[in-house]
Design a binder for this molecule. Structure first.
Ligand SMILES: Nc1ncnc2c1ncn2[C@@H]1O[C@H](COP(=O)(O)OP(=O)(O)O)[C@@H](O)[C@H]1O
Ligand SMILES: [Mg+2]
Length: 260
């Protein structure tokens, strides 16, 4: 995802510097470079560079003053297991996280396996679902390490649903000009699904792999229902189009698509 400079974006960010200086009282405004990260549904995200120390951070400023206590508490919990960016400072206005120097993961065959293993580790160690896993929420650093981020929708452990949701997300490109569009051709093929399940389960047992694949695909409609309900809670242009797409997806028999 590209970064765009702060002054190219309209909006009132006058308090951003003040907020940041409240986290770092010894810093001077002239030593800070802020770069807005596009998108961000519930917060404004910035890359924060501090010139004298040459250190980078993520600054997340909340759009609504709704309580983010739970989100931060959960993020700190995931941090304990080395998931997500470490929370450095937090207040009701926003938070500072460690900067993950990476890029949105490219879905290729190597990363496909790495994602399956990392999701297995997430489920095994945290005993919770991520529930919003997609390429934008997986950063990859130069050493190829993956970092899951954005745990806003975490919930009860339910692996087959988490995997089904991730597979559905493969059809969307939120970075594109038509983020609401789904490309059915991008839904994982049976070979890819089996590869993913095998690495997720750490098994070569064909029966176990096939049972996992079947179970995962049976959960696909639940993902569509979830995101329809989510989008219905706020009437935006994107949400209206997204509901339409997800409803179209509900008409598709993914079982037939994958296994026939
Ligand atoms: N700690 C971080 N380090 C580097 N980049 C980050 C970090 N957190 C978020 N980002 C970037 O900002 C984008 C949006 O952040 P995210 O937490 O996913 O919020 P949203 O809920 O808006 O999707 C991510 O896709 C990623 O590119
Ligand atoms: Mg995100």
């Amino acid at each position: 995802m590209g970064l765009i400079s702060l002054n190219k974006i309209s909006g009132n960010y006058s308090d951003v510097y003040g907020n940041i200086l409240s986290f770092f009282p010894t810093w001077k405004k002239k030593d800070i470079v802020l770069t807005r990260i596009p998108m961000g549904l519930s917060s404004y995200n910035f890359k924060l560079d501090h010139l004298p120390t040459q250190k980078s951070y993520l600054y997340k400023q909340y759009k609504k003053k709704k309580l983010k206590d739970m989100e931060v508490k959960m993020l700190r919990f995931f941090n304990k297991f080395n998931f997500g960016a470490k929370v450095l400072f937090s207040s009701p206005i926003g938070r500072i996280e460690e900067w993950i120097d990476g890029k949105k993961v490219v879905i290729n065959s190597v990363n496909w396996i790495l994602i399956a293993r990392e999701l297995a580790r997430f489920h095994r160690e945290c005993r919770l679902n991520h529930n919003d896993l997609h390429a934008e929420n997986i950063l990859q650093t130069k050493n190829k390490k993956l970092h899951f981020i954005d745990f806003e929708f975490n919930g009860k452990l339910d692996p087959s649903y988490d995997i089904a949701n991730f597979f559905c997300e493969m059809m969307f490109d939120y970075d594109s000009k038509k983020p609401h569009k789904a490309d059915l051709k991008r839904f994982p093929k049976l070979d890819q699904i089996k590869l993913f399940c095998g690495h997720y389960l750490k098994t070569g047992n064909k029966n176990k792999i096939m049972a996992c694949a079947k179970k995962v695909i049976s959960r696909v409609p639940e993902s569509h229902h979830f995101w329809i309900k989510w989008a219905e809670s706020s009437n935006t242009d994107f949400n209206r189009k997204y509901i339409k797409t997800r409803k179209e997806m509900l008409e598709i028999n993914f079982d037939k698509l994958v296994f026939m």
